[in-house]
Design a protein. Structure first.
Length: 460
Protein backbone atom coordinates (compact mmCIF):
# COMPACT_ATOMS: atom_id res chain seq x y z
CA UNK A 1 0.00 0.00 0.00
CA UNK A 2 2.89 2.40 0.65
CA UNK A 3 4.20 1.70 -2.85
CA UNK A 4 0.67 2.31 -4.11
CA UNK A 5 0.51 5.62 -2.26
CA UNK A 6 3.93 6.74 -3.54
CA UNK A 7 3.16 5.92 -7.16
CA UNK A 8 -0.48 6.93 -6.84
CA UNK A 9 0.33 10.41 -5.53
CA UNK A 10 2.39 11.07 -8.64
CA UNK A 11 1.08 8.98 -11.52
CA UNK A 12 -1.29 11.60 -12.91
CA UNK A 13 1.88 13.58 -13.66
CA UNK A 14 2.66 10.97 -16.31
CA UNK A 15 -0.81 11.39 -17.83
CA UNK A 16 -0.95 15.20 -18.07
CA UNK A 17 0.69 18.48 -17.08
CA UNK A 18 4.25 17.69 -18.18
CA UNK A 19 3.32 18.42 -21.80
CA UNK A 20 2.78 22.11 -20.94
CA UNK A 21 6.56 22.27 -20.47
CA UNK A 22 6.95 21.43 -24.16
CA UNK A 23 5.22 24.71 -25.00
CA UNK A 24 7.89 26.48 -22.96
CA UNK A 25 11.02 24.54 -23.85
CA UNK A 26 10.31 22.18 -26.73
CA UNK A 27 11.58 18.62 -26.59
CA UNK A 28 15.20 19.44 -25.78
CA UNK A 29 14.32 22.13 -23.24
CA UNK A 30 11.93 19.90 -21.32
CA UNK A 31 14.39 16.99 -21.61
CA UNK A 32 17.14 19.07 -19.98
CA UNK A 33 14.79 20.14 -17.19
CA UNK A 34 13.56 16.54 -16.83
CA UNK A 35 17.08 15.13 -16.40
CA UNK A 36 17.96 17.73 -13.75
CA UNK A 37 14.75 17.19 -11.82
CA UNK A 38 15.05 13.40 -12.02
CA UNK A 39 18.49 13.63 -10.43
CA UNK A 40 17.06 15.97 -7.79
CA UNK A 41 14.19 13.62 -6.94
CA UNK A 42 16.29 10.48 -6.72
CA UNK A 43 18.74 12.28 -4.42
CA UNK A 44 15.89 13.80 -2.41
CA UNK A 45 13.91 10.58 -1.93
CA UNK A 46 16.87 8.58 -0.64
CA UNK A 47 17.69 11.45 1.75
CA UNK A 48 14.15 12.23 2.92
CA UNK A 49 13.54 8.56 3.66
CA UNK A 50 16.09 8.72 6.49
CA UNK A 51 13.98 11.24 8.39
CA UNK A 52 10.69 9.56 7.50
CA UNK A 53 11.90 6.30 9.06
CA UNK A 54 13.56 7.94 12.07
CA UNK A 55 10.64 10.30 12.88
CA UNK A 56 7.44 8.69 11.48
CA UNK A 57 4.92 11.51 11.92
CA UNK A 58 2.04 12.69 9.70
CA UNK A 59 3.46 16.23 9.49
CA UNK A 60 6.45 15.23 7.38
CA UNK A 61 8.81 18.15 6.76
CA UNK A 62 7.02 20.30 9.34
CA UNK A 63 8.01 17.90 12.10
CA UNK A 64 11.56 17.39 10.78
CA UNK A 65 12.11 21.12 10.35
CA UNK A 66 10.89 22.02 13.85
CA UNK A 67 13.06 19.38 15.45
CA UNK A 68 16.22 20.19 13.50
CA UNK A 69 16.01 23.91 12.75
CA UNK A 70 13.54 25.48 15.15
CA UNK A 71 9.99 26.70 15.07
CA UNK A 72 10.21 29.22 12.22
CA UNK A 73 12.05 26.90 9.83
CA UNK A 74 9.64 24.07 10.62
CA UNK A 75 6.71 26.42 10.05
CA UNK A 76 8.18 27.42 6.66
CA UNK A 77 8.52 23.76 5.70
CA UNK A 78 4.94 23.09 6.79
CA UNK A 79 3.64 26.08 4.81
CA UNK A 80 5.49 24.93 1.69
CA UNK A 81 4.09 21.41 2.10
CA UNK A 82 0.58 22.80 2.35
CA UNK A 83 1.00 24.78 -0.88
CA UNK A 84 2.34 21.74 -2.71
CA UNK A 85 -0.49 19.42 -1.73
CA UNK A 86 -3.34 21.92 -1.59
CA UNK A 87 -2.68 23.30 -5.11
CA UNK A 88 -1.78 19.96 -6.71
CA UNK A 89 -5.25 18.58 -6.01
CA UNK A 90 -7.23 21.24 -7.95
CA UNK A 91 -4.80 20.89 -10.88
CA UNK A 92 -5.62 17.18 -11.04
CA UNK A 93 -9.32 17.87 -10.54
CA UNK A 94 -9.32 20.17 -13.59
CA UNK A 95 -7.63 17.42 -15.63
CA UNK A 96 -10.27 14.93 -14.47
CA UNK A 97 -12.89 17.32 -15.82
CA UNK A 98 -11.04 17.65 -19.14
CA UNK A 99 -10.70 13.88 -19.58
CA UNK A 100 -14.33 13.33 -18.63
CA UNK A 101 -15.42 15.86 -21.27
CA UNK A 102 -13.85 13.64 -23.97
CA UNK A 103 -16.81 11.31 -23.39
CA UNK A 104 -19.32 14.07 -22.73
CA UNK A 105 -18.30 17.12 -24.79
CA UNK A 106 -21.18 19.21 -23.48
CA UNK A 107 -20.20 18.81 -19.82
CA UNK A 108 -18.47 21.71 -18.05
CA UNK A 109 -15.01 20.45 -16.92
CA UNK A 110 -14.97 22.75 -13.90
CA UNK A 111 -18.27 21.44 -12.57
CA UNK A 112 -16.97 17.89 -12.98
CA UNK A 113 -13.79 18.89 -11.13
CA UNK A 114 -15.80 20.35 -8.25
CA UNK A 115 -17.99 17.24 -8.00
CA UNK A 116 -14.90 15.00 -7.94
CA UNK A 117 -13.41 17.09 -5.16
CA UNK A 118 -16.48 16.65 -2.97
CA UNK A 119 -16.72 12.90 -3.65
CA UNK A 120 -13.09 12.04 -2.83
CA UNK A 121 -12.97 14.30 0.19
CA UNK A 122 -15.94 12.33 1.50
CA UNK A 123 -14.08 9.05 0.84
CA UNK A 124 -11.11 10.23 2.89
CA UNK A 125 -13.36 11.39 5.73
CA UNK A 126 -14.96 7.94 5.71
CA UNK A 127 -11.70 6.16 6.54
CA UNK A 128 -7.98 5.94 5.78
CA UNK A 129 -8.02 2.17 5.23
CA UNK A 130 -10.79 2.44 2.66
CA UNK A 131 -8.96 5.29 0.93
CA UNK A 132 -5.65 3.39 0.89
CA UNK A 133 -7.17 0.17 -0.47
CA UNK A 134 -8.94 2.16 -3.17
CA UNK A 135 -5.65 3.97 -3.90
CA UNK A 136 -3.77 0.72 -4.46
CA UNK A 137 -6.39 -0.63 -6.87
CA UNK A 138 -6.59 2.47 -9.09
CA UNK A 139 -2.79 2.86 -9.04
CA UNK A 140 -2.29 -0.65 -10.39
CA UNK A 141 -4.83 0.07 -13.15
CA UNK A 142 -3.13 3.39 -13.99
CA UNK A 143 0.31 1.74 -14.27
CA UNK A 144 -1.20 -0.92 -16.54
CA UNK A 145 -2.69 1.87 -18.69
CA UNK A 146 0.74 3.45 -19.21
CA UNK A 147 2.18 0.07 -20.18
CA UNK A 148 -0.58 -0.36 -22.77
CA UNK A 149 0.12 3.14 -24.08
CA UNK A 150 3.80 2.22 -24.44
CA UNK A 151 2.99 -1.01 -26.28
CA UNK A 152 0.73 0.78 -28.78
CA UNK A 153 2.96 3.81 -29.44
CA UNK A 154 6.44 2.20 -29.40
CA UNK A 155 6.22 0.81 -32.99
CA UNK A 156 5.38 4.32 -34.23
CA UNK A 157 8.21 6.15 -32.48
CA UNK A 158 10.45 8.15 -34.86
CA UNK A 159 13.58 9.95 -33.76
CA UNK A 160 12.94 12.68 -36.35
CA UNK A 161 9.65 13.51 -34.62
CA UNK A 162 11.33 13.60 -31.22
CA UNK A 163 14.04 16.03 -32.38
CA UNK A 164 11.89 18.31 -34.59
CA UNK A 165 11.79 21.97 -33.42
CA UNK A 166 13.52 20.75 -30.28
CA UNK A 167 14.45 24.13 -28.72
CA UNK A 168 11.96 26.75 -29.96
CA UNK A 169 12.70 29.38 -27.28
CA UNK A 170 16.38 28.70 -26.59
CA UNK A 171 17.78 27.52 -23.27
CA UNK A 172 15.62 30.04 -21.43
CA UNK A 173 12.71 27.81 -22.39
CA UNK A 174 14.39 24.91 -20.61
CA UNK A 175 14.44 26.92 -17.38
CA UNK A 176 10.80 27.91 -17.83
CA UNK A 177 9.94 24.21 -18.25
CA UNK A 178 11.26 23.24 -14.79
CA UNK A 179 7.91 23.23 -12.93
CA UNK A 180 6.45 20.87 -15.53
CA UNK A 181 9.44 18.53 -15.23
CA UNK A 182 8.86 18.56 -11.46
CA UNK A 183 5.26 17.50 -12.15
CA UNK A 184 6.54 14.08 -13.27
CA UNK A 185 7.43 13.35 -9.61
CA UNK A 186 5.71 15.96 -7.48
CA UNK A 187 4.17 14.74 -4.19
CA UNK A 188 6.07 11.45 -3.86
CA UNK A 189 7.19 12.68 -0.44
CA UNK A 190 3.57 12.22 0.66
CA UNK A 191 4.55 8.65 1.59
CA UNK A 192 6.09 10.12 4.75
CA UNK A 193 2.75 11.68 5.72
CA UNK A 194 1.19 8.21 5.94
CA UNK A 195 3.94 6.95 8.27
CA UNK A 196 1.74 6.98 11.38
CA UNK A 197 -0.68 4.54 9.74
CA UNK A 198 2.06 2.15 8.57
CA UNK A 199 2.36 -1.11 10.51
CA UNK A 200 6.15 -0.90 10.78
CA UNK A 201 7.07 2.61 9.60
CA UNK A 202 10.76 2.41 10.46
CA UNK A 203 11.10 -0.40 7.91
CA UNK A 204 8.17 -0.20 5.52
CA UNK A 205 8.47 3.49 4.58
CA UNK A 206 11.95 2.94 3.13
CA UNK A 207 10.74 0.04 0.98
CA UNK A 208 7.72 2.02 -0.22
CA UNK A 209 9.79 5.09 -1.09
CA UNK A 210 12.48 3.15 -2.96
CA UNK A 211 10.06 1.04 -4.98
CA UNK A 212 7.92 4.09 -5.83
CA UNK A 213 10.73 6.30 -7.17
CA UNK A 214 12.13 3.42 -9.25
CA UNK A 215 8.72 2.80 -10.82
CA UNK A 216 8.10 6.48 -11.51
CA UNK A 217 11.44 7.15 -13.20
CA UNK A 218 10.86 4.23 -15.56
CA UNK A 219 7.32 5.35 -16.39
CA UNK A 220 8.28 9.01 -16.86
CA UNK A 221 11.08 8.20 -19.31
CA UNK A 222 8.78 5.89 -21.28
CA UNK A 223 5.89 8.35 -21.53
CA UNK A 224 8.10 11.31 -22.43
CA UNK A 225 9.98 9.52 -25.22
CA UNK A 226 7.00 7.76 -26.79
CA UNK A 227 4.49 10.58 -26.35
CA UNK A 228 6.66 13.07 -28.24
CA UNK A 229 8.13 10.56 -30.69
CA UNK A 230 4.81 9.64 -32.30
CA UNK A 231 4.31 12.95 -34.09
CA UNK A 232 6.35 15.73 -32.50
CA UNK A 233 5.80 17.77 -29.38
CA UNK A 234 3.24 20.20 -30.85
CA UNK A 235 0.76 17.38 -31.48
CA UNK A 236 0.56 16.43 -27.80
CA UNK A 237 0.36 20.02 -26.58
CA UNK A 238 -2.38 21.34 -28.87
CA UNK A 239 -5.53 19.63 -30.17
CA UNK A 240 -5.56 18.49 -33.78
CA UNK A 241 -8.04 21.15 -34.92
CA UNK A 242 -5.70 23.94 -33.73
CA UNK A 243 -2.82 22.78 -35.98
CA UNK A 244 -2.28 23.37 -39.68
CA UNK A 245 0.55 23.09 -42.19
CA UNK A 246 1.26 26.12 -44.41
CA UNK A 247 2.49 26.08 -47.99
CA UNK A 248 6.11 25.85 -46.85
CA UNK A 249 5.40 22.75 -44.80
CA UNK A 250 5.68 24.62 -41.47
CA UNK A 251 3.34 23.53 -38.68
CA UNK A 252 1.20 26.44 -37.50
CA UNK A 253 -0.72 26.76 -34.22
CA UNK A 254 -3.98 28.70 -34.09
CA UNK A 255 -3.45 31.88 -32.10
CA UNK A 256 -4.77 31.84 -28.55
CA UNK A 257 -4.98 28.04 -28.31
CA UNK A 258 -4.36 26.89 -24.71
CA UNK A 259 -2.31 23.74 -24.08
CA UNK A 260 -4.27 20.53 -23.68
CA UNK A 261 -4.63 18.52 -20.46
CA UNK A 262 -4.82 15.29 -22.52
CA UNK A 263 -1.41 14.58 -24.10
CA UNK A 264 -1.67 10.78 -24.15
CA UNK A 265 -5.04 10.70 -25.96
CA UNK A 266 -3.59 13.23 -28.43
CA UNK A 267 -0.61 10.94 -29.04
CA UNK A 268 -2.78 7.85 -29.36
CA UNK A 269 -5.21 9.67 -31.66
CA UNK A 270 -2.43 9.89 -34.26
CA UNK A 271 -2.32 6.07 -34.41
CA UNK A 272 -5.88 4.83 -33.82
CA UNK A 273 -9.33 6.31 -34.32
CA UNK A 274 -10.86 8.10 -31.30
CA UNK A 275 -13.82 5.74 -31.60
CA UNK A 276 -11.60 2.64 -31.23
CA UNK A 277 -11.65 0.43 -28.16
CA UNK A 278 -7.95 1.08 -27.42
CA UNK A 279 -8.44 4.85 -27.46
CA UNK A 280 -11.55 4.74 -25.29
CA UNK A 281 -9.90 2.27 -22.95
CA UNK A 282 -6.83 4.47 -22.47
CA UNK A 283 -9.01 7.48 -21.69
CA UNK A 284 -10.88 5.41 -19.10
CA UNK A 285 -7.69 4.10 -17.50
CA UNK A 286 -6.13 7.56 -17.69
CA UNK A 287 -9.02 8.82 -15.65
CA UNK A 288 -8.09 6.21 -13.03
CA UNK A 289 -4.56 7.63 -13.02
CA UNK A 290 -5.93 11.05 -12.17
CA UNK A 291 -8.17 9.55 -9.53
CA UNK A 292 -5.18 7.76 -7.95
CA UNK A 293 -3.20 10.98 -7.57
CA UNK A 294 -6.23 13.01 -6.63
CA UNK A 295 -7.29 10.66 -3.86
CA UNK A 296 -3.72 10.17 -2.61
CA UNK A 297 -2.82 13.85 -2.44
CA UNK A 298 -6.12 14.68 -0.72
CA UNK A 299 -5.08 12.10 1.89
CA UNK A 300 -1.62 13.71 2.27
CA UNK A 301 -2.96 17.28 2.25
CA UNK A 302 -5.42 16.45 5.01
CA UNK A 303 -2.69 15.01 7.20
CA UNK A 304 -0.39 17.99 6.61
CA UNK A 305 -3.08 20.46 7.65
CA UNK A 306 -4.11 18.22 10.55
CA UNK A 307 -0.59 18.01 12.00
CA UNK A 308 -0.08 21.79 11.98
CA UNK A 309 -3.49 22.30 13.56
CA UNK A 310 -2.89 19.55 16.14
CA UNK A 311 0.19 21.30 17.52
CA UNK A 312 -1.31 24.81 17.31
CA UNK A 313 0.51 26.28 14.31
CA UNK A 314 -2.85 26.61 12.56
CA UNK A 315 -6.27 27.11 14.22
CA UNK A 316 -6.89 24.21 16.59
CA UNK A 317 -10.14 23.09 14.98
CA UNK A 318 -8.11 21.95 11.94
CA UNK A 319 -6.26 19.49 14.18
CA UNK A 320 -9.33 17.63 15.40
CA UNK A 321 -10.37 14.22 14.13
CA UNK A 322 -13.88 13.03 13.36
CA UNK A 323 -15.35 11.41 16.51
CA UNK A 324 -16.46 8.25 14.68
CA UNK A 325 -14.06 7.71 11.76
CA UNK A 326 -10.98 9.20 13.52
CA UNK A 327 -9.97 10.86 10.23
CA UNK A 328 -8.83 14.53 9.97
CA UNK A 329 -12.24 15.64 8.73
CA UNK A 330 -11.87 19.37 9.47
CA UNK A 331 -8.52 19.55 7.70
CA UNK A 332 -9.96 17.74 4.69
CA UNK A 333 -12.87 20.18 4.53
CA UNK A 334 -10.51 23.20 4.67
CA UNK A 335 -8.51 21.62 1.83
CA UNK A 336 -11.77 21.17 -0.10
CA UNK A 337 -12.75 24.84 0.21
CA UNK A 338 -9.33 26.13 -0.90
CA UNK A 339 -9.24 23.68 -3.79
CA UNK A 340 -12.70 24.60 -5.04
CA UNK A 341 -11.85 28.31 -5.05
CA UNK A 342 -8.60 27.56 -6.92
CA UNK A 343 -10.44 25.60 -9.60
CA UNK A 344 -12.68 28.58 -10.28
CA UNK A 345 -9.91 31.18 -10.62
CA UNK A 346 -6.65 29.47 -11.75
CA UNK A 347 -5.68 27.51 -14.86
CA UNK A 348 -3.71 24.26 -14.92
CA UNK A 349 -0.30 25.87 -15.58
CA UNK A 350 -0.71 28.31 -12.67
CA UNK A 351 -1.83 25.54 -10.30
CA UNK A 352 1.11 23.31 -11.28
CA UNK A 353 3.59 26.17 -10.88
CA UNK A 354 2.22 27.16 -7.45
CA UNK A 355 2.41 23.55 -6.30
CA UNK A 356 5.97 23.19 -7.64
CA UNK A 357 7.10 26.34 -5.81
CA UNK A 358 5.88 24.83 -2.56
CA UNK A 359 7.56 21.52 -3.38
CA UNK A 360 11.06 22.87 -3.98
CA UNK A 361 10.84 25.06 -0.86
CA UNK A 362 9.98 21.89 1.07
CA UNK A 363 12.99 20.12 -0.43
CA UNK A 364 15.36 22.94 0.55
CA UNK A 365 14.13 22.99 4.15
CA UNK A 366 14.13 19.21 4.52
CA UNK A 367 17.67 18.70 3.18
CA UNK A 368 19.03 21.34 5.54
CA UNK A 369 17.11 19.67 8.38
CA UNK A 370 18.57 16.26 7.51
CA UNK A 371 22.15 17.52 7.64
CA UNK A 372 21.49 19.49 10.82
CA UNK A 373 20.00 16.42 12.55
CA UNK A 374 23.10 14.40 11.68
CA UNK A 375 25.17 16.96 13.59
CA UNK A 376 22.97 17.72 16.59
CA UNK A 377 21.46 14.25 17.14
CA UNK A 378 24.04 11.66 16.08
CA UNK A 379 22.47 9.17 18.54
CA UNK A 380 19.01 9.32 16.90
CA UNK A 381 17.91 5.86 15.79
CA UNK A 382 18.10 5.77 11.99
CA UNK A 383 16.78 2.46 10.60
CA UNK A 384 17.55 3.79 7.10
CA UNK A 385 20.62 5.92 6.44
CA UNK A 386 21.07 8.05 3.33
CA UNK A 387 23.51 6.37 0.91
CA UNK A 388 26.51 8.43 -0.23
CA UNK A 389 25.90 10.92 2.57
CA UNK A 390 26.41 13.93 2.40
CA UNK A 391 26.55 13.91 -1.43
CA UNK A 392 22.89 13.07 -2.08
CA UNK A 393 21.33 15.69 0.23
CA UNK A 394 23.72 18.34 -1.08
CA UNK A 395 22.79 17.52 -4.69
CA UNK A 396 19.09 17.64 -3.83
CA UNK A 397 19.53 20.92 -1.94
CA UNK A 398 21.46 22.67 -4.72
CA UNK A 399 19.07 21.57 -7.47
CA UNK A 400 15.99 22.47 -5.40
CA UNK A 401 17.38 25.95 -4.67
CA UNK A 402 18.20 26.38 -8.37
CA UNK A 403 14.67 25.34 -9.33
CA UNK A 404 13.15 27.74 -6.78
CA UNK A 405 15.19 30.64 -8.16
CA UNK A 406 14.41 29.95 -11.81
CA UNK A 407 10.69 29.37 -11.19
CA UNK A 408 10.49 32.62 -9.26
CA UNK A 409 12.17 34.52 -12.09
CA UNK A 410 9.98 33.05 -14.82
CA UNK A 411 6.73 33.52 -12.88
CA UNK A 412 6.92 37.20 -12.06
CA UNK A 413 4.49 39.43 -14.00
CA UNK A 414 6.17 40.73 -17.16
CA UNK A 415 3.96 43.82 -17.35
CA UNK A 416 1.90 45.78 -14.85
CA UNK A 417 -1.25 45.19 -16.86
CA UNK A 418 -0.69 41.43 -17.22
CA UNK A 419 -2.87 38.74 -15.69
CA UNK A 420 -1.54 38.53 -12.12
CA UNK A 421 -3.38 35.28 -11.41
CA UNK A 422 -1.65 33.58 -14.34
CA UNK A 423 1.64 35.44 -14.86
CA UNK A 424 2.41 36.48 -11.29
CA UNK A 425 2.22 33.10 -9.53
CA UNK A 426 5.53 33.68 -7.72
CA UNK A 427 4.20 36.97 -6.31
CA UNK A 428 1.16 35.21 -4.86
CA UNK A 429 3.34 32.43 -3.43
CA UNK A 430 5.68 34.74 -1.54
CA UNK A 431 2.76 36.93 -0.44
CA UNK A 432 1.18 33.80 1.05
CA UNK A 433 4.41 33.07 2.95
CA UNK A 434 4.58 36.66 4.19
CA UNK A 435 0.98 36.71 5.45
CA UNK A 436 1.43 33.29 7.06
CA UNK A 437 4.52 34.40 8.95
CA UNK A 438 2.61 37.47 10.08
CA UNK A 439 -0.02 35.12 11.54
CA UNK A 440 2.76 33.12 13.21
CA UNK A 441 4.37 36.15 14.85
CA UNK A 442 1.10 37.81 15.91
CA UNK A 443 -0.94 34.77 16.96
CA UNK A 444 0.98 31.49 17.20
CA UNK A 445 4.23 32.65 18.77
CA UNK A 446 2.47 34.50 21.57
CA UNK A 447 0.53 31.48 22.80
CA UNK A 448 3.42 28.99 22.80
CA UNK A 449 4.76 28.18 26.26
CA UNK A 450 8.30 27.11 27.05
CA UNK A 451 6.96 23.58 27.56
CA UNK A 452 5.39 23.66 24.08
CA UNK A 453 8.66 24.75 22.51
CA UNK A 454 10.62 22.08 24.34
CA UNK A 455 8.08 19.46 23.20
CA UNK A 456 8.27 20.54 19.54
CA UNK A 457 12.06 20.33 19.60
CA UNK A 458 11.90 16.70 20.76
CA UNK A 459 8.84 15.57 18.75
CA UNK A 460 9.21 12.04 17.35
Amino acid sequence: MLWGLGVGYVISGEYFGWNIGLEQGGTLGLLAAFVLMTVMYVAFVFSYTEMACAIPRAGGVFVYGVRALGLRAGYLGGLAQLVEFVFATPAIAVAIGSYFSIWFPGANPKWIALAAYVMFTALNIWGVQQAAIFELGVTLAAVAGLLVFAAVTAPHFQWANFTANALPHGWGGALAAIPFAIWFYLAIEGVANAAEEAKNPRRDVAIGFGAAITTLVALAVTVFLLGVGVGGWERIVYPHEALSVDGDGVLRIAEGTPPSDSPLPLALGQIVEPSSLIYRGLVAVGLLGFVASFNGIILAAGRSLFEMGRVGFLPHFIGRTHPKTKTPANALLVNLVVGMVSILFLDTAALITMSALGAVTLYVVSMIALMRLRVQEPELRRPFRTPLYPLLPIVALVLAAFALGTMTYYNLPSTLDGNMLRDGVAVWYFLYLLVSFGYYELVVRGRLTEEDIAHFQRID
